[in-house]
Ligand binder design. Structure first.
Ligand SMILES: NC(=O)c1ccc[n+]([C@@H]2O[C@H](COP(=O)([O-])OP(=O)(O)OC[C@H]3O[C@@H](n4cnc5c(N)ncnc54)[C@H](OP(=O)(O)O)[C@@H]3O)[C@@H](O)[C@H]2O)c1
Length: 300
């Protein structure tokens, strides 16, 4: 693409002065406009070729876990809007159906990512069209508790959903991703890197997911499969309600987070979804990265 843009500049240049550097100011806006137009035309062409269909013009397919609410719902809608066939999974059929009603191109399947047998069925449902290009490991839970109050059952469940589930999903999906030279996007959290009282175990599972991301990226790069993660800061979703906290406590946490986030607001699921979709685009030259989508929260 850069070569074509340079050609445009070179062709216009001699008519005026001999080199692009010496162009009269009058013509620079015209050239800039031409250049930007060409870049955006080529970008649109590249997007439609690279993100929704493969070289044989076959629709790409994505599996998004936890697509019935919050970030997963926004990711599913964004990918479907970009033309992918999207299968969402989760345990609540009504929540999944509500997401599917928002946007054409979204199918759903009920299952639990902590159940290995369900994972086999999820990947089978996702690959019904015959392929899988994108796996988004979004389903996650956070059960808060300071040291001294960490329940073994809750800790095991958090591990099973946040770490082992994504691992078994990636493993089950691997043959399809190898074939499509696809991508995995894992949803981590600011707390994968930022210590916080009461969130040690949640943070530890997200840190593990980030390390899996980097290791898998190295393992799969030779096969053209990319693995990345995003680490969202505080985002409006059902997550806090699910932690079993009192309403007043939730409002206090939200106000405190708003005050600490350098960009001055909590995130929206869409803030995260567009980055996930960009990382899922197969032509991208990014792998093994954990991208903070957090309004600067990690730094504060
Ligand atoms: N919101 C935030 O502030 C924030 C910040 C950083 C990272 N994150 C991460 O973002 C991801 C999405 O969270 P969210 O904020 O969008 O919260 P959410 O609205 O509670 O979404 C979590 C989703 O995961 C699904 N899920 C949970 N356990 C599951 C299981 N065992 N099997 C299948 N699906 C399961 C839930 O659906 P069912 O209950 O129907 O199964 C739900 O749709 C999580 O990994 C979370 O750790 C969130």
């Amino acid at each position: 693409m850069q070569q074509v843009v340079l050609l445009v500049v070179a062709q216009r240049a001699p008519a005026h002065s001999g080199s692009p550097r010496e162009l009269p100011d009058l013509h620079r806006p015209v050239l800039l406009h031409l250049t930007l137009t060409l870049v955006s035309v080529l970008n649109v062409a590249a997007m439609s070729e690279d993100s929704t269909t493969d070289a044989a013009n076959v629709t790409r397919t994505a599996l998004v876990t936890g697509g019935g609410s919050g970030i997963g719902r926004a990711v599913a809608v964004t990918l479907a809007q970009r033309g992918l066939d999207v299968l969402i999974v989760g345990r609540r059929p009504q929540a999944l159906a509500a997401t599917a009603e928002l946007q054409a191109g979204i199918r759903y399947h009920v299952g639990d990512v902590s159940e290995p047998a369900d994972i086999v069925e999820m990947v089978a449902a996702a690959t019904e069209p015959g392929r899988l290009d994108v796996l988004v490991n979004n389903a996650g839970v956070g059960i808060p508790g300071p040291l001294g109050k960490i329940e073994p059952a809750a800790a095991k469940r958090t591990w099973a959903i946040n770490v082992l589930g994504p691992t078994l999903l990636a493993q089950q999906a691997l043959p399809f991703l190898l074939e499509s030279r696809g991508a995995i996007v894992n949803i981590s959290s600011t707390f994968g890197a930022k210590p916080a009282p009461g969130l040690s175990w949640y943070g530890a599972t997200k840190a593990a997911l980030e390390q899996l991301t980097r290791s898998w990226a190295l393992e799969l790069a030779p096969h053209g499969v990319r693995v990345n993660a995003v680490a969202p800061g505080p985002v409006e979703s059902e997550a806090l309600d699910r932690m079993g906290l009192a309403r007043a406590e939730i409002e206090h946490i939200k106000a405190d987070e708003r005050d600490r986030i350098p960009l001055g607001r909590r995130g929206r699921p869409e803030d995260v979804a567009s980055w996930v979709a960009d990382l899922a685009v197969p032509a991208s030259w990014v792998t093994g990265q954990v991208i903070g989508i957090d309004g600067g929260y990690l730094l504060a």
